[in-house]
Design a protein. Structure first.
Length: 65
């Protein structure tokens, strides 16, 4: 098959998507955000990731009882 046909194939699209996801993962890993959730501000209220998750879980539990 021609190069054009190969570039337009589902396999090429899947490979492109996989490479893109790999780059996103590498960017996240190198950012250091995954190592310091206590300092990572995640919302406009200034809550860190740990506090936000705790608040969210408490809200979900409160809704279910």
């Amino acid at each position: 098959g021609s190069l054009t046909t190969m570039a337009q194939s589902q396999g090429a699209e899947d490979l492109t998507a996989l490479v893109g996801e790999g780059l996103k993962a590498a960017s996240f890993f190198t950012s250091g955000a995954h190592t310091n959730y206590n300092a990572l501000v995640v919302d406009n209220a200034g809550r860190n990731a740990i506090t936000w998750l705790s608040d969210w879980l408490n809200l979900q539990i409160g809704r279910s009882v």
